[in-house]
Design a protein around this ligand. Structure first.
Ligand code: AHR
Length: 503
């Protein structure tokens, strides 16, 4: 038995949780759009071709925001191809994934889908093959009420009211050699600045996110962010981070340290943002948008890009099947996001359906939940209000890249409005139970444990399928409250959730 003790005080918060922290990502890639959220003729699809089984799972997942249309696809995309009468839309070659893009799903369909899914859109503009002019035209098309060529074109396309899209991404992974229209940090910083200026002049209410590095492993990591922000600091609100977790060495201890690596990347980039802010004598703080993260390696054996042959529409690829170990890692990533709630305001699990996704669909058939669905849903549905600071004492394990890491990884949130405290806890000890006690300070009335659930006891390699979704949380009686302390026994290698209320 390993022992972990924690003290939290309601007065000591890290930051307020932005609801946009629980976003996902829908790219025109593989079967994410075509055969994922959109499948005309599917038995559950409505007249627009939106799969209702996928929509129901999206709502259950607790998603608040969806980034679209890419991703690498974005950097070769002409938004004009995807609007207007469907029968007149052109088929194009997609050079990001070597597929054919039929353009039967575009910006307006995406906005409609978001409204039905009850999520906010994060719409991205192409800064690979295109630039500021096309971006300001897209903002005018989407957000201007009417009386101009582009806003009237939208009205003609059946949308009398503006879409009023608030959140926009400026390009995608422009530092990557695989990107259509790769740029140096200076080139990208300049184009991001000019694009942001024009987009804001069309609609002053937009919030804009610039591209950070494609990952911490990039040789230009941190330097890229510094130079980009040096160009566009005053014009943007957010800087993006991307990180995919891998386990090529089959080293579970290292893999479970993914959350700490994510945490480290966030702190490093916060430091860079603030350094540029200091250089510019700016009172403004740049917030972070972690708009791609997930486990991704089994379906990506050959590196960053996996291209398919044949130029087909919606080819099946990058369909990672997640196991229990991946769910633990994803739970850790969610905790890392919560514990940086003061600076990470937006995050998008990449992606939503089929491609490295929590939801998988069968063509013409069923839709089901992967293992990673559950920790995401737990946090998205229960973490509200503020994340609290923690004073933790517990044993550690050694990671090659990160040194000593605590067996306990936890996030504690407090929602004053509902008087609820949610605790998300990973026991990263693979062989021992954890005796956990959490003292909840801050003048609270009597505590009641409302809910306890755990994902535990599975083989690390256990997966779900359309036939069997056994890898999921179950109600747990492992916790109890005594006075102002929550006591719990956490099983080895387990994801645990407790919700406590107070009088
Ligand atoms: O999410 C899959 C791909 O990963 C995205 O298109 C790209 O941005 C990243 O490299």
């Amino acid at each position: 038995m390993t022992i972990a003790r924690m003290i939290v005080d309601m007065s000591f918060a890290i930051g307020e949780i932005d609801r946009r922290l629980f976003g996902t990502f829908v790219e025109h890639i593989g079967r994410c759009v075509y055969g994922g959220i959109f499948e005309p003729g599917h038995p559950t699809s409505d007249a627009r071709g939106f799969r209702q089984d996928v929509l129901a799972l999206t709502r259950e997942l607790g998603v608040t925001l969806v980034r679209y249309p890419g991703g690498n696809f974005l950097s070769g995309y002409d938004w004009e191809d995807g609007v207007g009468p469907v029968e007149r839309r052109l088929r194009r070659l997609d050079l990001a994934w070597f597929a054919t893009e039929p353009n039967t799903f575009g910006t307006n369909e995406f906005v409609d889908w978001c409204r039905v899914a009850e999520v906010d859109p994060l719409l991205c503009v192409n800064l690979g093959t295109r630039g500021a002019d096309d971006a300001r035209r897209l903002v005018e098309y989407c957000n201007h009420p009417g009386g101009t060529e582009l806003s009237d074109l939208r009205r003609q396309h059946g949308y009398a009211e503006p879409h009023n899209i608030r959140l926009w991404g400026l390009g995608n992974e422009q530092d990557g050699p695989w990107q259509i229209g790769e740029k140096t940090a200076y080139e990208y910083g300049r184009i991001a600045k000019e694009t942001a200026k024009l987009m804001r002049w069309v609609d002053p209410k937009v919030e804009l996110s610039a591209c950070g590095s494609s990952g911490r492993e990039m040789p230009t990591f941190a330097g890229w962010e510094y130079e980009v922000l040096d160009q566009c600091y005053e014009q943007v609100d957010f800087l993006s981070l991307h990180q995919y977790f891998t386990n090529y060495d089959r080293n579970i201890a290292e893999f479970l340290g993914a959350a700490d690596l994510m945490d480290r990347a966030i702190r490093e980039i916060v430091a860079v943002c603030d350094a540029v802010g200091a250089k510019h004598r700016s009172s403004k703080k740049i917030m972070l948008s972690f708009d791609e993260y997930n486990v991704w390696w089994k379906a990506r054996p050959t590196g960053k890009l996996k291209k398919v042959e044949g130029w087909s529409v919606g080819p099946a690829f990058n369909e990672e099947i997640y196991n229990f170990e991946d769910a633990l890692v994803l739970g850790g990533a969610m905790i890392a996001l919560l514990n940086n709630a003061d600076r990470v305001k937006i995050a998008c699990l990449a992606q939503l359906v089929n491609v490295i996704a929590p939801i998988i669909t069968e063509p013409s058939g069923r839709a089901w939940r992967q293992t990673i669905f559950h920790p995401f849903a737990d946090v998205a549905n229960l973490a509200k209000g503020f994340t609290l600071r923690q004073a933790v004492e517990c044993e550690t394990f050694t990671s090659k890249t990160l040194g000593e890491l605590p067996y306990l990884l936890a996030g504690v949130t407090h929602d004053r409005a509902t008087r609820r405290i949610a605790i998300f806890a990973l026991n990263r000890h693979l062989g021992e139970e954890m005796e956990l006690s959490i003292e909840l300070r801050g003048g609270l009335g009597a505590l009641t444990l409302l809910n306890g659930r755990a994902m535990a006891g599975f083989d690390l390699s256990a997966t779900n399928s359309a036939e069997s979704e056994l890898v999921r949380p179950a109600a747990s009686s492992a916790g109890r409250v005594a006075g102002h302390t929550l006591h719990a026994i956490l099983q080895p290698a387990s994801w645990n959730v407790f919700v406590v209320t107070y009088a």
